[in-house]
Design a protein around this ligand. Structure first.
Ligand code: CDP
Length: 226
């Protein structure tokens, strides 16, 4: 059978449900989806482990890249993220500490440039969907299908609070909403590849819809636009 090729870009803000929808849609299309946020999180995690300060000393993080390798490799047919030759520590990537600095790391222009090829190389892994913040605008502007998946700030805070791991102990709906708003602001106002819908992206508002319903909305659009 022909290798499925990359064709769907899903972008959107934090906790909008992109990853869940991307996973469900990949199951329907047959192929893998790739969460590009994990790349930024892996670099943020390494920077923190080395005691670097991405907010005040971004040049330290750029220097760190010289001794860094980051790539998805297939294991038992599925892409697994490898950092410096080892499997990236998935749980550690979703801690509140990493969430607190990841957008500082992601706004460093040289780091985004460094990640361009890492992401474009992923096409060869049988990826049909990539999700992130700038897939439809910068990484794969030629993607056939582009979606911008979002939800109201309150709904996104509810969804994040329901996930384990990333929210700090004692977090409330208000504190989670404030953390998300801070990250949205950094992601939307940075100079390089800010979070925004591609001009030709379909906007999907997901409040009040289950992940299955949202995946079906995307699948229906793809079926109607061969
Ligand atoms: O899962 P969640 O929506 O919280 O975020 P994520 O997809 O894991 O992305 C974490 C952070 O990485 C984002 O807030 C952005 O700062 C950055 N990011 C980016 O700049 N560009 C991407 N394509 C993906 C993530």
């Amino acid at each position: 059978m022909e290798q499925p090729i990359f064709q769907v870009a899903i972008d959107g803000p934090a906790a909008s449900g992109k990853s869940t929808v991307a996973r469900l849609l990949a199951q329907r299309l047959g192929g893998h989806y790739l969460n590009t946020g994990a790349l930024y999180r892996a670099l943020a995690w390494k920077a923190l482990s080395l005691g670097l300060h991405p907010d005040t000393h971004p040049e330290e993080v750029v220097e760190m890249l010289k001794g860094t390798t980051l790539a998805y490799r297939l294991r038992q047919g599925a892409p697994v993220l490898h950092l410096d030759g080892q499997e990236a520590p998935q749980e550690a990537l979703r801690t509140p500490q990493v969430a607190a600095v990841v957008s500082q790391v992601a706004k460093i222009p040289a780091l985004r440039e460094w990640l361009l090829e890492v992401q474009r190389d992923c096409r060869h892994l049988g990826i049909v969907i990539m999700e992130g913040r700038d897939i439809g605008t910068v990484i794969f502007p030629q993607a056939k299908y582009k979606f911008f998946v979002t939800a109201s700030p309150l709904e996104r805070a509810r969804r994040r609070l329901a996930q384990t791991g990333e929210v700090p102990q004692g977090a409330t709906l208000e504190s989670v909403a404030a953390d998300i708003a801070r990250r949205d602001a950094l992601d939307s106002t940075r100079e390089v590849a800010p979070l925004r819908p591609a001009p030709d992206a379909i906007l999907i508002q997901t409040d009040g819809h289950t992940p299955d319903e949202v995946a079906e909305m995307l699948a229906a659009h793809i079926r109607q636009t061969p």
